[in-house]
Design a protein around this ligand. Structure first.
Ligand code: MTE
Ligand code: MO
Length: 522
């Protein structure tokens, strides 16, 4: 038993009470949510609500500053705020338990509001935050009583502070001191185990369902890309992007984990014969495979938020013909299980072989983060107006009647992919530069790519073979260069005769423009 122990500082004591109570609360809520509604896990619900309530400029700033780490930054930011509040609650409770419990109550109300506002949960969503508050409150009170027991063994504080010169090392009881430490550590370990169990329980379902879906049979396969369709040895990407490298963009904090067995798609609105499809019904329809390039409107000039896959699915125009689209319909309004929505021009999705409900990607069932079990993919439109993942509802409607997710946040209603090109690589060999890159004008097709070194003449690049007009196209050029520093830029012309403008536009509201330029030296 140490008698020379210094009294614990009030902040350390507050942290030892508050942080384990917080961890226990969140873990208990997460665990409960695994049974009733994974989206109602208080931490995740708050994070998702923060994303939804953030003003457009902040989301944009976070995306531009942290790129795909924006979720990690948000995760850490919320954690820091919560830890601060937990320590504050512990400090408020330095004399009496009540004021500290108040903070827990307020946090509980925030968690409850966030959970209930999630679009992908039912009324049982009240349970996880309520369990959080109860468990948080109990653990808080329990640690508080341990701390109080430790303090009871100390001499009265006032005396000690009046006569600092005579202050002996305050003999806090070793037993009491250890009691709080042991309690805190125990609560933290318990929280960790409970949280992990919740994660495990909520997690494997979707992955198991995805494995059970396995392969698709009777698919009309896409033609193999012709040999020489990429210039990968010159530094371009391959035509097909492996699933693990395919860019990923979604507003959801964690991707919804749906099971194919539970999935249903409602097709309704301005249609003659509304329809509800199960996964089995969908996969029994004629399946086609198409090589398609997808691009994000947030892709900056020269950026890599663009990828290509072999998507397997059902032709959307055929399905819509079956339900019968009314005169005057303008928009196909698609809704995700997580509440995200997109609006696509109805005439675009009625074009044959342009839009699909995809269930497979590069020979596998859709990966969870790319929309398992079903997503939309439309050739030639940015993802934010067309590529709804975890698709659950299709409403045929007017532009007026429904406003999709990104529109009030400052983005455009319409989003045709802008014709673009990018320099992927420059290899210098003596006095020769070998420049290679990618060009895309999905649904129109690339006609020509030109390359300019410094202020020299525009030279026509060699185009690789075309896979189809919906897919990106690789180009290369070998040219003589003198010693020194150089700039190389490129511009594409599509099959409508349009040549990329040099005018620079930002990504919002409807996609960046400008020529991509790269420096190199010889
Ligand atoms: N449910 C849902 N679907 C979504 C989004 C989203 O935020 N939520 N983002 C869209 C955007 S902006 C793009 S660019 C594509 C990205 O699809 P990917 O992640 O498979 O590349 O998905 C689209 N579908
Ligand atoms: Mo996007």
């Amino acid at each position: 038993m140490t008698t020379a122990a210094k009294p614990r500082s009030p902040v350390v004591r507050a942290a030892l009470i508050g942080i384990p109570a917080l961890a226990a609360a969140l873990a208990a809520g997460h665990f409960t949510a695994a049974f009733v509604a994974p989206g109602a896990s208080p931490y995740l619900a708050v994070a998702n609500s923060v994303i939804d309530l953030s003003p457009a400029w902040l989301v944009e700033f976070a995306k531009n500053t942290f790129w795909t780490a924006d979720k990690v930054v948000l995760f850490a930011g919320i954690a820091l705020v919560l830890i601060g509040l937990a320590v504050f609650a512990g400090w408020l409770a330095r004399n009496r338990l009540g004021p500290g419990q108040m903070v827990i109550g307020v946090l509980g109300v925030v968690g409850l509001a966030a959970a209930l506002s999630r679009p992908d949960v039912g009324p049982l969503a009240v349970l996880p935050p309520v369990v959080s508050v109860l468990v948080g409150g109990i653990v808080f009170a329990w640690l508080h009583s341990r701390a109080a027991a430790a303090q009871a063994a100390q001499p009265p504080r006032e005396e000690a502070q009046e006569e600092p010169a005579e202050l002996e090392p305050a003999p806090e009881s070793g037993v009491g001191r250890r009691s709080l430490l042991v309690g805190s550590a125990g609560a933290l370990v318990g929280a960790g185990l409970t949280g992990a169990a919740g994660q495990w329980l909520a997690g494997p379902d979707a992955e198991a369902s995805r494995r059970a879906v396995a392969m698709f049979t009777g698919v009309k396969r896409a033609p193999k890309p012709p040999s020489g369709a990429d210039f990968a040895d010159w530094g371009t990407p391959t035509i097909i992007t492996p699933n693990k490298d395919f860019y990923t963009i979604h507003t959801a904090f964690v991707p919804p984990r749906l099971r194919a067995e539970d999935w249903q798609l409602r097709i309704h609105g301005m249609v003659d014969r509304p329809l509800t499809l199960t996964y089995d019904q969908l996969r029994k329809r004629p399946l086609v495979e198409r090589t398609m390039t997808m691009a994000c409107v947030s892709n900056p000039v020269g950026g890599d938020l663009i990828s290509t896959a072999n998507f397997i699915g059902v032709d959307l125009a055929e399905l819509l013909a079956e339900v019968g689209i009314h005169q005057g319909a303008e928009q196909l309004f698609s809704t995700s299980h997580d509440g995200f929505t997109a609006g696509t021009p109805i005439e675009v999705v009625q074009e044959p072989e342009r839009a699909m409900l995809a269930i497979g990607m590069n020979g596998e069932p859709l990966p969870i983060e790319h929309g398992f079990p079903v997503r939309m993919v439309v050739a030639g439109l940015y993802g934010f107006v067309s590529a709804t993942k975890w698709l659950v509802d299709l409403e045929v409607t007017t532009w007026q009647a429904r406003t999709p997710y990104w529109v009030p946040r400052g983005w455009s209603r319409k989003g045709p992919v802008k014709t673009h090109s990018r320099v992927d690589n420059v290899m210098v060999d003596g006095s020769k530069a070998r420049v290679a890159g990618t060009a895309w004008a999905p649904y129109t097709g690339i006609d020509k790519v030109e390359v300019q070194i410094d202020d020299g003449p525009w030279q026509q690049a060699e185009l690789a073979g075309e896979v189809n007009k919906n897919t990106w196209r690789m180009w290369r050029l070998e040219t003589k260069v003198g010693p020194g520093r150089h700039k190389v830029r490129c511009r594409a012309t599509d099959r409508s005769g349009y040549t990329q403008t040099s005018e620079v536009a930002p990504v919002a509201p409807d996609g960046a423009t400008g020529w991509h330029e790269v420096e190199f030296s010889v």
